[in-house]
Design a protein. Sequence first.
Length: 335
Amino acid sequence: MGSGATLVFLFFFAKEIVPIGEANVPSSSSAVAASASVSASPAAAFAPSSSNPAQSRNAILVSHRQKGNPLLKHIRNVRWAFADIVCDYLLSQSSCALYLSLRYHLLHPDYLYYRIRELEKNFKLRVVLCHVDVEDVVKPLLEVTKTALLHDCTLLCGWSLEECGRYLETIKVYENKPADLIQGQMDTDYLSRLNHALTTVRHVNKTDVVTIGSTFGSLSSIMDASMEDLARCPGIGERKVKRLYDTFHEPFKRVVSSIPTMPETPVSKDTEPGSVTEVTEAEKDTEDTSKRRKKEPETNVKSALTAAFAKYASKINKKNNKSEGKEGEGTNAAS
């Protein structure tokens, strides 16, 4: 066979082999399709949905322990998905929740303690979501409160499953919001603060506060004013004057009658002399306590504020004296 015939034979042979090789080696597109079909197999469908980071970031991750919990039916405004987590509900990277019903707590009193211990210190906010589903709540709720407080957990009580679900939804929605939304805003001007303070007195409105403030000028002058001075303000009636005056001059503690009412116990002839002496000693004790109460000065708002300001002024004077002494020593040393 000549060289020309050999080249023709090899060319023909290679032409016949190439389709067979292409059929055996899959292309890139077919490989991607095959891998996609494998990932969509039924085995992969049972994987936890938390494998998708975008979905887990926007959803409440629920532990597999909570399967069958009717609470899940009431989480409607936020997405949720099952995942392999230690807590019952993972609300964010730094907050979680443990679910507990009081009925279950009565059957398993140590359950909450062991669940909190599993969390360790991995979360900044640890919520104990307690479903109050029993009538006698005093004793079990006291136990749950003690356990939550001793382990730095926040206790949220819900009297229905809808309320418990609403708590979880709210915490999830506000996970990236600042605390300013729920903090009270205090006004900085003096009139607004005076208004906020005096309107807490019953029957005193904002118009009365403006009238009293413009008349006396400051809160200390209002506290020092007599009932006659308050009554001279236009629009301030007798009832408002009495309530304002009593607010600043009544003692903090409720006044108890100094002479306690004791039932008269007739002494029979058959009683022993020791019992009679005990009765007389008890009467003496009550008299002593009544005398002590009379001697103790009554503390009201004015006296308490005066004492507090005096202590504060003495502290400031001491600090100023110390700073002046140090400066004098420094100048002497420099000279």
